[in-house]
Write a protein that binds this ligand. Structure first.
Ligand code: C5P
Length: 232
């Protein structure tokens, strides 16, 4: 079912705004909860999503020492989420500790690596972070570190999906933000791709926000994207 490949972010600060979005788009089955909403509402929004039989991507982008990261991943288990993000730069030992913390759970979250924040450009990578690799090579190396450490997949730009799919293999989950239908405004996303092309490049899931949530008619925008994907 192609519509299950689309994850819509609940990029709103309050519980009432989040509920309004859920009510507006009952067809959406997979929602992303990020730091802003989670810091505001905590478990409450996750309970609401569970009660509506939705799948959950908890995008908290954890980054800490092995012991603390393992503890945090252990604590997340009670929320029964499907996907959880961790920065690859936490390092091999911390990533392995995160995997070990969840591996015996009944319904464990799939762990996804953040390779490099899309807000960082090549100049910042070189001059501020002092990393002497080209940006695509660095993102690839971080994805490989995550794979070797036992994580289930990575967040990547759709532009990187084909190469990551080739290098990391078929079983490695690729989740892509930065997706824009040809008929939607790109907004502040720089290196965008259409949903059809992103799936063809190897993405397993697409995170699509404003083309749906900020559309004049969100329900219609959702249906158009599902239609675009059904032709694949
Ligand atoms: O509205 P838009 O489609 O740009 O939303 C994309 C979502 O994906 C937002 O929640 C954004 O924070 C998130 N995201 C991203 N780039 C990343 C990781 C997450 O755009 N590298």
């Amino acid at each position: 079912m192609n519509h299950e490949k689309i994850i819509v972010p609940l990029d709103v600060p309050t519980l009432s705004e989040a509920i309004a979005l859920l009510d507006l788009l009952p067809q959406v089955s997979f929602w992303k909860v990020g730091l802003e909403l989670f810091v505001n509402c905590g478990q409450e929004i996750l309970t609401i999503l569970h009660n509506r039989q939705k799948r959950i991507f908890l995008d908290l982008k954890f980054h800490d020492i092995p012991n603390t990261l393992a503890g945090a991943c252990c604590s997340v288990q009670k929320y029964q989420v499907d996907l959880l993000t961790i920065h690859a730069t936490a390092g091999r030992k911390a990533l392995q500790a995160a995997v070990a913390a969840v591996e015996n759970a009944n319904q464990r979250p799939k762990l996804l690596a953040v390779t490099l924040l899309t807000s960082i450009n090549s100049r910042e990578l070189a001059f501020d972070l002092k990393i002497p690799l080209e940006l695509p090579e660095y993102a690839l190396q971080m994805a490989l570190l995550a794979k070797e450490s036992g994580l289930d997949g990575a967040i990547c730009s759709p532009q990187e999906a084909a190469q990551l799919r080739q290098v990391c293999g078929e079983d490695f989950l690729l989740v892509c933000p930065g997706v824009r239908p040809s008929w939607a405004d790109a907004g502040d996303q720089r290196r965008v791709m259409t949903p059809e092309k992103a799936i063809a490049a190897g993405a397993d899931y697409l995170v699509i926000g404003r083309p749906i949530t900020a559309a004049d008619n969100p329900k219609l925008a959702w249906e158009r994207i599902c239609q675009d994907l059904s032709n694949l």
